[in-house]
Design a protein around this ligand. Structure first.
Ligand SMILES: [Zn+2]
Length: 300
């Protein structure tokens, strides 16, 4: 975070529905415009049903996304799913309660129940704009969960697959995959030219699996997606997945090497963080480098 941002906190995390873009026939993204704590949001149409992927943060953003989805979907009933439980992805879901069928994987639902209120309190400390966006947030439960690694939703003429692997960026990360169009929504498993978000906040939250995260990205790259919609950042292709995977693997190795030389976590941050920053001059959110190093320094 820059010095300026650290005083007032990040800018207002406002979803702008006019930033909607049709990336393939019937597949829309409300783009994040690279605004921190705004995700890329999907609206996917079939002939009889529409799927919404993520809501933005807080009731006002959730309402705007619901209205954009209703405009886009017309008479089609809506299904809402989330890429993971984090506030900027899912804490607008209350607007959808009763207006859409809310469908998560069970791990994500459990993680929301276990950590949701804590994250709400923590995010409200992120400055006045974030606190204002979260004002009035109520955590809502899904209408349906699935237990298997994947499930599919028939939208009519278009089948969408939801897939989860267990603990990685969170315990319940889920990608949304359109096999015919080869379009992949990754959530925060992949961000584009943004340092990967390591939610390493011990003792409150220390649930990350960097090795599985990297292996998921390798598997996703093997799916050969034509279009990758990252959790945050610009839409692109498979290179987004490869860049994040390589960052995770490389950083894990370098931290392990530093640990072998006897350094503690703070010393490793001091040694490595400036190098990592310099190696990615066009990546934003460098504050996440330290969290990543601290996570990896606990492993070896
Ligand atoms: Zn996240």
């Amino acid at each position: 975070m820059s010095d300026t941002a650290s005083i007032a906190g990040p800018p207002a995390p406002v979803v702008d529905p006019s930033a909607i873009k049709e990336i393939a026939a019937g597949v829309f993204v409300i783009c994040d415009r690279r605004v921190p704590l705004v995700p890329n949001i999907g609206i996917i149409l079939g002939t009889h049903t529409a799927l919404v992927v993520d809501t933005g943060m807080g009731p006002a953003n959730g309402k705007k996304v619901l209205e954009a989805a209703q405009r886009t979907a017309g008479q089609r009933p809506l299904v809402l799913t989330l890429t993971h439980f984090h506030p900027e992805h899912g804490f607008g879901a209350q607007a959808f309660k009763g207006a859409a069928k809310i469908h998560y994987n069970r791990s994500q639902r459990n993680e929301l129940q276990a950590k949701g209120e804590g994250y709400l309190s923590m995010f409200k400390t992120f400055g006045p704009h974030v606190a204002a966006a979260l004002e009035g947030t109520q955590l809502v439960q899904p209408d349906q969960v699935y237990d298997s690694a994947s499930t599919s939703i028939d939208l009519g003429g278009r089948t969408v697959e939801l897939r989860t692997w267990g603990l990685a960026h969170t315990a319940g990360d889920q990608v949304v995959w359109l096999p015919q169009e080869r379009i992949l929504f990754t959530g925060d498993l992949a961000e584009e030219r943004i340092f990967p978000i390591f939610p390493w906040f011990p003792p409150d939250d220390a649930h990350i699996d960097g090795a599985r995260w990297a292996s998921i990205l390798s598997e996703l790259a093997d799916w050969k997606p034509a279009i990758v919609v990252p959790g945050h950042g610009d839409i692109g292709g498979v290179e987004i997945l490869v860049a994040v995977r390589d960052y995770l693997v490389d950083l894990g190795k370098r931290v392990a090497a530093e640990r072998k030389s006897g350094k503690d976590a703070d010393a490793i941050v001091a040694a490595l963080a400036p190098q990592i920053r310099a190696e990615h001059p066009d990546w934003s959110a460098p504050e996440w480098i330290d969290f990543a190093i601290k996570y990896y320094s606990t492993l070896s």
